[in-house]
Design a protein around this ligand. Sequence first.
Ligand code: ATP
Ligand code: MG
Length: 445
Amino acid sequence: MPRRILPRSLAGRTALVLLVGLILVQVAGLTIHALDRVDLQRFQQAREVSQRAFTLWRTMLATPHDRRGQVLADIELPPGLRAALDDEPSARPGYPPPPPPLVRLLRVEAIMSAPPRMRPREALISGGPRPGQMLASLRFPDGDWLNLRIELPPPRPWHSETFLFAFALMTLTAAALTIWAVRRMTRPVVALAAAADRLGRDVNAPPLPENGPSEVATAARAFNTMAERIRRFVGDRTQMVAAISHDLRTPITRLKLRAELLDDEEARRKILADLDEMEGMIAATLTFARDDAAAEPSVPLDLAALCRTVLDETADARPEAAEAIAYEGPEHLTITARPVALKRALANLVGNAVAYGGAARLWLDPPREGLVRLRIEDAGPGVPEDQLEQVFAPFRRLEASRNRETGGVGLGLPIARNILRAHGGDVVLRNLPRGGLAAEVTLPA
Ligand SMILES: Nc1ncnc2c1ncn2[C@@H]1O[C@H](COP(=O)(O)OP(=O)(O)OP(=O)(O)O)[C@@H](O)[C@H]1O
Ligand SMILES: [Mg+2]
């Protein structure tokens, strides 16, 4: 089957196979039923026709010659049987032989083997001018002929309407059940994919429920074990980074003291500046590691109020840019999040906008399709297109912006993304057509 018509999902494919199978089985069942019914109808019709033909012959035989026509006209014959009185037989040897099934069904030989008193003087049997017909001519002792034409009416296998209705209802029910069962069966796969996706963004994502059918429970358990190992692994690494950073502080302090003793003024200044920078990086790393370790609980919070607080605090810290800081959005918007972490993430983004773009306009959109969207725009130079993702790497700073005033270490964006992804959201950067950078944040509503 070409790939285009095959459904893409596992559920779709399984349902398709089962439904095609169901249709084949139903068609076969219907055919068997119809054939059976045709057989039965044929048998009943033939029995009736043969009985009536026999009775008719006996009646005619007992009727005087001159009254036969009248009696025959009064007798009602079943469908498929026609009778006429004649002085010639209608069955002719020249006609094709009678259809064997009819001969078998009608048991013509019964008339011939009747008691001598009832037996016709002569009997001819042949096929009729049309296929499926049988002609039987029986001769009375006085020489006249009773010509019978037998042609069974076409079978009606779909006679019963209730049967067809019940059959359609049965098929529809089976199809609906199949689709329902398949969807239910493949739901854990979808859940597993979602959990894996979530784990990629947040190692602390809640574990999968380990219930349901045994295969599903086993898969969920295996997944949870794997997540737990990843969590431990990441935790160990973070702790190691924290330990190294912590231990580096002492030698740096020592180096600073030694540098103070240098005579060369220029060299001393440069060395101290480098050491300051190292200290800054270590402090940021430690904060990062500490935040990661602190399992702050999620609580309902007012995101709109949090945004305004972050903007106000940034404006206080940088009075020169206060004019260019603005908030647009609802008065209140409650979401569930970790307040301290979320505030740090937003503060990093707003801080960047003010530091590199001289402005911070924050738009907060009400929830749509389960997501809250938030946009922070500035009026700066933006970031080269090929660097939009790179700047999320730790310690990544763009050379052009490496100046003392902004004084960052390059952890602001990675921390912000880390926190937002841990919430099940994300942040991406986009250059605005009219210049400036937009940081677009999504958060689950
Ligand atoms: N709004 C912006 N406009 C232009 N460049 C930006 C913007 N935001 C970030 N950048 C670039 O991305 C780099 C990384 O930003 P990030 O916040 O991670 O680190 P940082 O601001 O340098 O240091 P800090 O750790 O103090 O935040 C910045 O050095 C800057 O070059
Ligand atoms: Mg920053």
